[in-house]
Design a protein. Structure first.
Length: 299
C-alpha cells in the first residue's frame, strides 16, 4: 500500500512540478544559445557607431549603436529570466508538496484519505519520499541550468577556466568537510557532502512544514494562517537549537585539537549540522505521524 500511496503522490506532484522543471531546463538551453549569440555579436560589432571625418574629428562624441544596445538588453533579460526560472523551480518544489499535503489530508479531501486502510506512518512516509525525490530532481535541474547559463556567459573557450576557478573554490571549502576523527566519521567527497547538506536542509524544511500544517489543521479557523505561524515558530526554534549545538560542538572540539582552532571548529560545526538536520527530519516525521494518527483513529 505504501507503494501505491507514493505513486499517487508522485503523479499529483508531477502534474505541476514536471512542466515547471522542463520549462526551466528549456529556458536554460535558450539562455545558453542566446549568450553564445551575444558573445559572437559583441566580438564583431562595436558599442559605438563609426564617426565620419566631418563630425568633429578627435573631439566628436561617439554615438551609441542602438542595435548593440537592443541586443545587449534582450540577452541580459534572457539571462535574468534564467535565474528567475531557477528560483521559481525551487520555490515550487517547496510549496507544491506542502500544498498537496495540506489539501490531501487537512481539507475536505482529508476525510476520504483518512478513511483508507492505511496507517499514518504510511501516509507520512509516502509524502516524505515523494518530496525527497522531487528535491533531488530539483537540485539536478538547478545544477544543469546553472551550468548551461555559465557556459553561455563564459563561452566555450573560457568555460574550462571558469570551471577550474569554481573547482578551486570547492577545494577551499572542501577542507571544511573533512572528518572530525581519524576513523573517518561522515567520510564523503566534499562535493557530495555539500550537495547532501543542501538536500537535508531542503528536506528538513519540507518536513517541518508538514508538521506545522498538521498542527495548524487542528485550529478551528484560519488553518492555513495557523500552519504558517507554526512553521515560522518551529523553524526558528530548530534553527536556534541547531546553531547552538553546532557552535558548542565546534568550540569544544576545536579547543581540544592540535590543528588550527578555527579550521577544526568549522569542520566540527558543519559535521554537527549534518546530525542536526537528520534529527530535525526524524523528529518532524515522528511528531507528524503522531498528530496525524490521532486524526486517523478519530476517523
Amino acid at each position: 500500500m505504501l507503494g501505491k500511496l507514493f505513486s499517487y503522490d508522485m503523479k499529483a506532484l508531477s502534474r505541476i512540478l514536471l512542466p515547471v522543471h522542463c520549462a526551466a531546463l528549456a529556458l536554460g538551453v535558450v539562455g545558453m544559445l542566446v549568450a553564445f549569440w551575444w558573445n559572437a555579436y559583441a566580438d564583431t560589432h562595436s558599442m559605438y557607431l563609426p564617426l565620419a571625418s566631418s563630425e568633429g574629428g578627435w573631439f566628436a562624441e561617439p554615438k551609441l549603436n542602438p542595435d548593440y544596445q537592443l541586443i545587449q538588453t534582450v540577452c541580459n533579460a534572457v539571462t535574468v529570466l534564467c535565474w528567475i526560472a531557477i528560483l521559481c523551480t525551487t520555490i515550487a518544489t517547496f510549496i507544491v508538496p506542502i500544498h498537496r499535503f495540506y489539501s490531501n489530508l487537512l481539507t475536505d479531501e482529508g476525510h476520504l484519505t483518512l478513511t483508507l486502510p492505511v496507517s499514518a506512518s504510511q501516509i507520512v512516509t509516502a509524502k516524505a519520499l515523494a518530496a525527497l525525490l522531487w528535491i533531488v530532481i530539483d537540485i539536478a535541474v538547478i545544477t544543469a541550468c546553472g551550468i548551461l547559463t555559465l557556459l553561455g556567459v563564459a563561452g566555450l573557450e573560457e568555460f574550462e577556466a571558469v570551471m577550474n576557478v569554481v573547482g578551486s573554490v570547492y577545494g577551499i571549502l572542501g577542507g571544511a568537510f573533512e572528518t572530525i576523527t581519524d576513523q573517518g566519521v561522515f567520510y564523503l567527497p566534499y562535493q557530495l557532502k555539500g550537495l547532501l547538506l543542501i538536500l537535508l536542509g531542503f528536506w528538513s524544511s519540507v518536513m517541518i512544514a508538514y508538521l506545522a500544517f498538521t498542527l495548524g489543521g487542528r485550529a478551528q479557523r484560519r488553518k492555513v494562517l495557523a500552519g504558517i505561524l507554526w512553521y515560522l515558530g518551529i523553524s526558528w526554534g530548530a534553527s536556534l537549537v541547531s546553531s547552538v549545538v553546532s557552535s558548542f560542538v565546534g568550540i569544544a572540539l576545536g579547543q581540544g585539537s592540535d590543528t588550527l582552532f578555527f579550521v577544526t571548529m568549522f569542520r566540527a560545526a558543519l559535521n554537527a549540522s549534518f546530525v542536526m538536520a537528520v534529527v530535525e527530519i526524524v523528529a518532524a516525521f515522528l511528531l507528524t505521524r503522531y498528530v496525524l494518527a490521532r486524526k486517523v483513529d478519530a476517523a
